[in-house]
Design a protein around this ligand. Structure first.
Ligand code: PEP
Ligand code: MG
Length: 578
């Protein structure tokens, strides 16, 4: 029988396919006996999980600084000792080999047994050590689940399916996209998450915050996902299917209409020239962007290279990838962003600490890069080597203070010297820019302009940090408003200061490609926009309807507006009818 589930639209488009349900691993431990033929592989998985857990802890230990280091370090050492206890691992191996347990089930049984032993102790200190056992086993369990989920998802995803899941990390999505899934429906998540941005870039319709889907959908159900309305229709009727065919026809017609704009210059209605750049994550995005007549690549997110591979990509691997990006841009400038891992983007190689108490305010972006100089220098060397093949600018994410950019420049210069000494051709000059996405960087932007060659405003993060509203938490959707007067004032300030300093400033958050924001951004004086290739034509269309003179004249009143309603009312007056 037909049923409709609703969620929040996160990536547009429609898709018709069969449901593949993915229950969260933590809810289900498989207790079925393991066949003889699989025991060796299962022991190997367990050992890998132990190794990952050990490395997670060593990493945590390395990152501890300051007063807590000794105290917390002692805990970590105690946990590490437990992990190294040969009896624990030997016991688990025996359970798998002789008892035909699966690794997760063996861990759980062992945990329950050990915790019960500690619970029975009289000494309160010894009793409390039961918690340590619990934490250590949870760590291994989590490493095991990470392995299982990515391996199984990768292997199990089949062409023509709609993934229905609790949530999906960007790394998993990057893996699955290559395996033919058609759409994603997640019970949690937000349209501003990195996964949602990636889904838009991969043309995968996506719904988030879709209640009831995990409980009520079944594997193999036929479902129609509507990423614009935020609906999943299960067992669609003939009428639903007719609507889907209509959508396909209309999408084709709209593509043809917009294609006529592909090589048009971008000018406002009153003739002011603008530059549209593309955001890209994969080489394919660049080809598509060039066909749309962009001025260059305004943001190339390099972390997806790290998310998609199982280990850390080597200098040569990165060099080839970046060089190909530059070559495929065919002489257009490319802005390559250095690693922005952390927060909701964890990598397979385990660079990001597994358990940060507050990851969005934690070690992410340049903070992570400066704490991992080996990894960072490898990336910088690869970028510098690629910069011989065409115009390449280097952009650094999550800058809070100008000193961080100065440090990056120092590292870059040292890398350039070493590379030249080793006989590499490295250009004399490179352009180094900062992302403005932390409020401190925006407020104190004059200091940043003293040391940066250009700026790129990351409005996705700037919005979350100005409003203290997690971009991944859909419950805060109403609060997370890039059009909030506080965000607009900050954008106007940064754009204005960059103009005074005569340094280029581009906006590369999602609003750059949102037609609803075109008049606002023109009013604030923005000339350079960077967006997903899919948004280029519709945004060019929207920008060409803007009357810049009228909108610029409106800016002072726009910046005095107290709320969103006042902003909308002002813009309605300023925009000529389409
Ligand atoms: C941003 O924060 O606006 C941005 C462009 O970077 P990301 O979405 O990758 O964090
Ligand atoms: Mg950002």
């Amino acid at each position: 029988m037909r049923r409709v589930f609703t969620g929040h639209p996160a990536a547009p488009g429609m898709a018709l396919g069969r449901v593949r349900l993915e229950q969260p691993a933590r809810f289900s431990i498989d207790n079925t006996p393991l066949p003889d033929s699989e025991t060796d592989a299962e022991v190997a998985r367990l050992e890998r999980a132990f190794a990952v857990a050990r490395e997670d802890m060593a990493e945590l230990r390395r990152k501890l600084h300051g007063a807590l280091a000794r105290e917390v370090g002692e805990f970590i050492d105690a946990h590490a000792q437990l992990l190294d206890d040969p009896e624990l691992l030997e016991g688990l191996r025996a359970m798998i080999r002789k008892g035909h347990y699966r690794a997760a089930a063996a861990l759980k049984a062992q945990r329950d047994r050990l915790v019960a032993v500690f619970d029975d102790m009289d000494d309160p200190y010894l009793r409390s050590r039961g918690e340590d056992v619990d934490h250590v086993i949870a760590r291994v369990q989590s490493a095991l689940a990470r392995q299982t989920s990515s391996e199984e998802k990768k292997l199990a995803t089949r062409v023509g399916e709609i993934l229905v899941t609790e949530s999906v990390a960007p790394g998993e999505l990057a893996h699955m996209a290559g395996h033919g899934i058609l759409a994603v429906v997640a019970r949690s998540g937000s349209p501003y998450s990195h996964s949602a941005i990636l889904a838009r870039s991969l043309h995968l319709p996506m719904l988030v915050n879709a209640e009831g889907v995990l409980e009520d959908l079944r594997d193999g159900d036929l479902a129609l996902v509507d990423g614009v309305r935020g609906e999943v229709v299960v067992h669609p009727t003939a009428q639903d299917l007719a609507q889907y065919r209509n959508w396909q026809r209309e999408a084709l017609r709209e593509d043809q209409r917009l294609a006529e704009l592909a090589h048009a210059e971008t000018r406002t209605r009153d003739g002011h020239k603008l530059r549209l750049f593309a955001n890209a994550e994969r080489p394919e995005d660049i080809e598509r962007a060039r066909a749309l007549g962009v001025a260059g690549i305004g943001l190339y997110r390099t972390e997806f290279l790290f998310l998609a591979s199982t280990g850390l990509p080597s200098e040569d691997e990165q060099f080839v990838a970046y060089r190909d990006v530059v070559l495929s841009a065919g002489g257009l400038p490319v802005t390559l962003r250095t690693l922005d891992l952390g927060a909701d983007k964890a990598d397979a190689a385990g660079l990001v600490a597994a358990a940060e108490p507050n990851p969005a305010l934690g070690v992410r972006g340049v903070r992570l890069s400066l704490r991992q100089p080996d990894v960072f220098v490898t990336q910088l060397r690869a970028i510098l080597r690629a910069s011989c093949y065409g115009p390449l600018r280097i952009l650094v994410p999550m800058i809070t203070d100008a000193t961080e950019l100065v440090e990056v420049r120092r590292l870059l210069e040292a890398c350039a010297r070493d590379l030249r000494t080793a006989g590499h051709e490295i250009p004399d000059q490179f352009e180094l820019g900062a992302m403005v996405e932390v409020p401190a960087a925006a407020i104190n932007v004059r200091a940043l302009l003293d040391v940066a060659d250009f700026l790129a405003i990351g409005s996705n993060d700037l919005t979350q940090y100005v409003l203290a509203a997690d971009r991944n938490n859909d419950q805060l959707g109403k609060l997370y408003q890039p059009s909030h007067p506080a965000v607009l004032r900050m954008l106007a300030w940064v754009i204005g200061r960059a103009r005074v300093a005569r340094k280029p400033v581009c906006l590369c958050g999602e609003i750059a490609g949102d037609p609803a924001f075109a008049p606002i951004l023109i009013a604030l004086g923005l000339d350079d926009f960077s967006m997903l290739p899919d948004s280029i034509l519709s945004q060019r269309d929207a920008l060409s309807r803007c009357d810049r003179k009228r909108l610029r004249a409106l800016a002072p009143r726009l910046l005095r507006a107290r709320d969103n309603e006042a902003i909308t009312a002002l813009l309605d007056k300023a925009q000529p009818a389409a």
